[in-house]
Design a protein around this ligand. Structure first.
Ligand code: ATP
Ligand code: MG
Length: 730
């Protein structure tokens, strides 16, 4: 039992308490996830069948890592039988086997948030509702909110309070939209992400025999990041655990950062109410970070009124102070970070994987990607537009979805005329309107085209095109019965004309699109090999599609495991750790975000985000902010984030970068950067020579310069810009 040796007393207690309800509430880096992992290993060592253990994690990546650690203790085959994954992936799997209870096909499609947004847009159009008044994203958030609180369409219409609230918010049509949206999804045989939880709840409440089956199956339930479970998830866990009450949850209220998605800190409080004899363990020692980092993050989080007081300390080295870099622009900020990484990589022999760049919003990545590329530093962007969200990849996947689930009209509309095959919008609209009037999926119309065509006044040319297209899809389906998914997909890519279409585009973008299709084929090959090795492997196309629908957080890309810098939003970084963290964009209106700084609750959530970000760092943290930033197509002045001033100055070291004094601003329009400069620019242009440079005007860059920074040239209208390298005399 070597694995127990490295635990401290409190951790040991949590790991070895195998029966009954248990809650571990503790600060960042105190070993909660480690406790959860070791507890699973300990359960298996104590002869609990891994089939009876369910472990729920926040990301697929976390689940994968835990499995690897557990396998080291109990062996591969035992670890493989564990049910471990995110709420969404575990319950998608259960819903698939039980779909018939709910009237869904077992091969239902999972709509990601982009798909569901498309459906909402169509619903608005069909209902003749102005999408300017009912912004699709807002509608989506509202529907999602209802679903996560288990408010079905029926429950909605039975609740005058909700209806009135929507009326007051000038959203009185939400109910009708919600209803239509649910109808369309059902007709398409599709579930969105929230459905995966909502329908699981429905399944467990409406069908006691199903509940009993899974209660018996999951005798031991463990949940990581419990503070970020929403109501729907809470109810699922509660229902499943109610028979044996062997439930262990670990979490940290100070890291609750998903309230905008319905996460509810109260679930932690409820735990003690739901299980009166629950044991609670608190962990106080942080093993991850230096004292300096732990103390700095404690100071900031203590500013929150809403919190359980916790004591978190570190016995690691004191460590260096957090270095703060004030940059002149977003490009300058990115350059500093890239140079810093480059230098530490060379001088301190750091691997690139040791570094993370964390930011508040996805749109901040571009500048960092540019700067890293310029220095040839390998990097990987997590989340955002993940590989599987890219258009060409989604296009090919849409064909595959249609093969698996014929009713998937979203997939159909995506590819019926892509690549172009003469089935234009008018024809498509005719099909949709007709199918709607008959209350059947469009594909059913296509199935019986001979019968329906006369009623839609389609001409013969169009009828031929439609039946050619549909015949092709049918042929793929037949092929799927005998061939493996890889060969079928290859055939689809070729015969649909997709590959030819992409090959014809010889621009760099076109080539990279083709490479992405190639990459999808590679990932399919990998999937096949993986499934063949598994005892209960499932190499079906629907399993492949399910894996990717749920893989938003584990972006499959080239060089997945290579030595590269990680770029991600703070939200995605939860639970992870990196030796060196750059926390960037520390400015008011960016972090805290402009959208979330009007109420105390909102600011407190942003502060928790800050706490999460800083506590990812093991050895060293860097803070950066810019005094001007290019946003919404304009240069805007920025102020340092309030969180910077909340960190006690004793933990910080302000670096006055040399680059700053050498920086030359070529903008003649909005900038007052020169007034801020601490010293005269040592560069080839002096303050007095500052001038406006027209967009395409050649710049006189003196010879023999080595690049030291990037300057931004803004065109006179102020709405576009160009970054150039400027330098110091060699
Ligand atoms: P977070 O709140 O960020 O999710 P956590 O509480 O889950 O953090 P872990 O990720 O489990 O913390 O642990 C943080 C780090 O400390 C890990 O690298 C882990 O291996 C290490 N660690 C935890 N407990 C011990 C221990 N008793 N001895 C040595 N290292 C430990
Ligand atoms: Mg953790």
């Amino acid at each position: 039992m070597d694995y127990l040796k490295g635990l401290n007393e409190a951790q040991f207690e949590a790991v070895t308490t195998l029966e009954g309800p248990l809650m571990v509430l503790a600060g960042a880096g105190s070993g909660k996830t480690r406790v959860l992992t070791m507890r699973i290993a300990h359960l298996i060592t104590n002869l609990v069948d891994p089939f009876n253990i369910l472990a729920l994690t926040f990301t697929n990546k976390a689940a994968k890592e835990m499995k690897v650690r557990i396998a080291k203790v109990v062996g591969d085959s035992e670890a493989r039988s564990l049910w471990m994954g995110t709420f969404h992936s575990v319950f998608a799997r259960i819903l698939r086997s039980e779909a018939h209870y709910l009237g869904f096909p077992s091969n239902f499609t999972i709509y990601d948030s982009q798909d569901s947004l498309n459906v909402i847009r169509k619903v608005l159009k069909e209902l003749n509702i102005d999408a300017d008044l009912y912004k699709p994203k807002k509608v989506q958030a509202r529907i999602s909110n209802y679903k996560n609180n288990l408010i079905t369409v029926k429950a909605y219409f039975n609740n005058p309070e909700l209806i009135e609230a929507d009326e007051r918010a000038n959203m009185k049509q939400i109910g009708v939209i919600y209803q239509k949206y649910v109808e369309v999804c059902f007709r398409n045989g599709a579930m969105d992400f929230d459905d995966l939880l909502l329908k699981t709840n429905e399944l467990l409440t409406r069908f006691p025999e199903v509940l009993a089956k899974y209660q018996d199956r999951f005798r031991y339930i463990l949940v990581d990041e419990y503070q970020d479970t929403n109501h729907s998830q809470y109810l699922i866990v509660k229902a499943l655990a109610s028979k044996f009450e062997n439930i262990c949850v670990v979490g940290d209220d100070a890291q609750s950062i998903y309230s905008f998605r319905g996460a509810n800190i109260l679930n932690i409080l409820n735990f003690k109410k739901d299980y009166a004899d629950a044991k609670t363990v608190s962990l106080e020692q942080n093993y991850r970070s230096t004292q300096n980092i732990v103390n700095a993050s404690n100071v900031v989080i203590s500013k929150n009124v809403q919190q359980f007081k916790k004591n978190v300390f570190s016995e690691n080295e004191e460590g260096e102070k957090i270095k703060v870099y004030r940059s002149l622009s977003d490009a300058d900020e990115a350059n500093f970070v890239a140079s810093n990484i480059w230098e530490m990589h060379n001088s301190a022999q750091r691997k690139f994987t040791d570094f993370a760049i964390l930011y508040r919003t996805n749109s901040q990545t571009r500048a960092f990607e540019d700067a890293l590329r310029r220095k040839n530093i390998p990097y990987r962007v997590f989340g955002g537009l993940s590989f599987y969200q890219r258009k060409e990849v989604k296009d090919l996947i849409a064909y595959l979805r249609l093969l698996v689930n014929e009713n998937d009209s979203e997939a159909l509309t995506r590819i019926i005329n892509y690549p172009a095959r003469g089935i234009g919008e008018t024809t498509q609209n005719k099909l949709i309107v007709f199918a709607d009037s008959q209350n059947i999926p469009v594909t059913q119309v296509l199935d019986n085209l001979g019968f329906y065509a006369p009623r839609m006044s389609l001409n013969n040319g169009i009828i031929t095109k439609l039946s050619d297209f549909w015949g092709m899809i049918k042929a793929f389906q037949v092929m799927l019965k005998t061939e493996n998914v890889y060969s079928v997909t290859m055939e689809v890519a070729k015969r649909s004309g997709l590959i030819k279409f992409l090959k014809d585009d010889q621009t760099p973008e076109g080539i990279s699109r083709l490479e992405n299709v190639q990459e999808l084929m590679n990932s399919m090959q990998g999937f096949l090999e993986e499934q063949i090795q598994l005892e209960d492997g499932d190499a079906s196309l629907s399993n492949f599609l399910e894996n990717i629908a749920l893989s938003a957080d584990t972006q499959t890309d080239k060089n997945e495991d290579g030595d590269q810098v990680s770029l991600m939003t703070i939200h995605l970084s939860k639970g992870l750790e990196f030796p060196i963290v750059h926390l960037v964009g520390l400015e008011e209106n960016l972090f805290p975000s402009f959208m979330s700084s009007s109420t105390r609750e909102e600011v407190e959530e942003e502060r928790r985000l800050f706490y999460v970000a800083l506590t990812r760092a093991e050895k060293q943290a860097f803070f950066t902010y810019a005094i001007q930033r290019f946003q919404w197509g304009k240069i805007t002045d920025a102020e340092p984030s309030r969180f910077l001033s909340e960190v006690d100055a004793q933990y910080l070291e302000f670096i006055n970068p040399a680059i700053e004094s050498r920086f030359v601003n070529h903008s003649g329009i909005t900038s007052n950067i020169f007034d801020d400069l601490p010293s005269e620019p040592r560069f080839y242009k002096k303050k007095e020579e500052k001038k406006t440079i027209q967009r395409n005007e050649p710049l006189e860059v003196p010879q023999n310069l080595k690049p030291v920074a990037t300057a931004r040239i803004i065109n006179p209208s102020g709405n576009s810009s160009q970054d150039i390298e400027v330098g110091d005399k060699v």
